[in-house]
Design a protein around this ligand. Structure first.
Ligand SMILES: C[S@@+](CC[C@H](N)C(=O)[O-])C[C@H]1O[C@@H](n2cnc3c(N)ncnc32)[C@H](O)[C@@H]1O
Length: 290
């Protein structure tokens, strides 16, 4: 395992008087230009940046509007203020991208396939909820293919609406549980079919690993967005991760703009095929974690 420190200067980006989204006829939040620096010499990419073009900023604005609108009728997020949605959801989702891309490039050149090419990546967002981080990453990386996996039908209806309203052609919404055998976790359509599985705020790592790792191809990555101190969770997940065919690659400190300050990205590398018996039956991973 290596440690990296990605200091995304995202908050500063918000303070700068930059582009306003005016197409919706009211002042919008200044948009994003996330700059990351890393202290890991071997993977140094100190200027890694996530920046959004004007059309991408519009897509984000459409998302934020839809989220706040639908949130009045269904429980999508506890955040009801536009500026807070931008910081706690949009920027927080984007903040994971620089360390993820750096890890993906690095793992691709060490036998993971892809030869460092960062286009055409397939990513599944497990427990996507209102589309976080998947929908925001889909805006930022239009050449990637995204699957948003969400078990609640009402949230899936919102996701389908948002995908259409935002004009995204690189997103597929799947309404099911990650561990539902014939449909997702054991289905040839999804099993070991993704370069990356990502999850944010879904379950503790040892449970999440059983949801996510069966979906990742050998040589791919599983990234979990976690809080500032995931060490205990990482320790508790070690045996589960090994059983599922992966090993810890990096723990990245990602300075997101959320009020809770520092966020981490825990990144695992899939070394071997996941044994067929995983994922177990729905509900079992959370009731009896590996
Ligand atoms: C707390 S929400 C977080 C949503 C989003 N990732 C975010 O960061 O805002 C967790 C979501 O995961 C979904 N979920 C939980 N377990 C799941 C499973 N086994 N398969 C698919 N979705 C699941 C829930 O329905 C819920 O929408």
């Amino acid at each position: 395992m290596s440690l990296c420190c990605c200091s995304a200067a995202a908050g500063r980006g918000f303070l700068l008087p930059s582009l306003l989204l005016s197409h919706l006829h009211r002042p919008r939040h200044p948009l994003l230009n996330l700059r990351s620096a890393t202290t890991v010499a071997s993977a140094a990419d100190p200027t890694a940046t996530v920046s959004l073009s004007t059309p991408q900023q519009r897509q984000v604005a459409v998302y934020v509007d839809a989220l706040l609108d639908w949130n009045q009728r269904m429980n999508l997020t506890a955040v009801t203020d536009e500026a807070e949605v931008m910081t706690r959801h949009v920027a927080d989702s984007l903040a994971v991208l620089p360390p993820l891309e750096r890890a993906y490039r690095a793992s691709s050149t060490t036998g993971g396939g892809g030869g460092g090419n960062i286009d055409g990546v397939s990513l599944i967002d497990v427990g996507s909820g209102a589309g976080l981080p998947g929908l925001i990453l889909a805006v930022a990386r239009p050449s990637w293919r995204f699957t948003l996996l969400e078990s609640m039908q009402k949230r899936c209806t919102f996701l389908e609406h948002a995908v259409e309203a935002m004009g995204l052609s690189n997103v597929n919404v799947v309404c099911d549980r990650a561990e539902v055998g014939q449909n997702v976790g054991q289905s040839p359509d999804y099993r070991e079919a993704y370069d990356i599985a990502a999850a944010r705020a879904v379950a503790e790592l040892k449970v999440l690993a059983e949801y996510c790792l069966p979906l990742v191809r050998v040589g791919g990555l599983f990234v979990a967005a976690k809080g500032h101190d995931p060490h205990e969770e990482i320790k508790n997940a070690k045996s589960a991760v090994q059983k599922l065919g992966a090993s810890m690659l990096e723990l990245c400190n990602v300075e997101s703009m959320g009020p809770h300050g520092q966020r981490t990205a825990v990144i695992y590398f899939k070394e071997r095929a996941t044994p067929r018996k995983y994922p177990r039956l729905p509900g079992t991973p959370s009731k009896m974690p590996l």
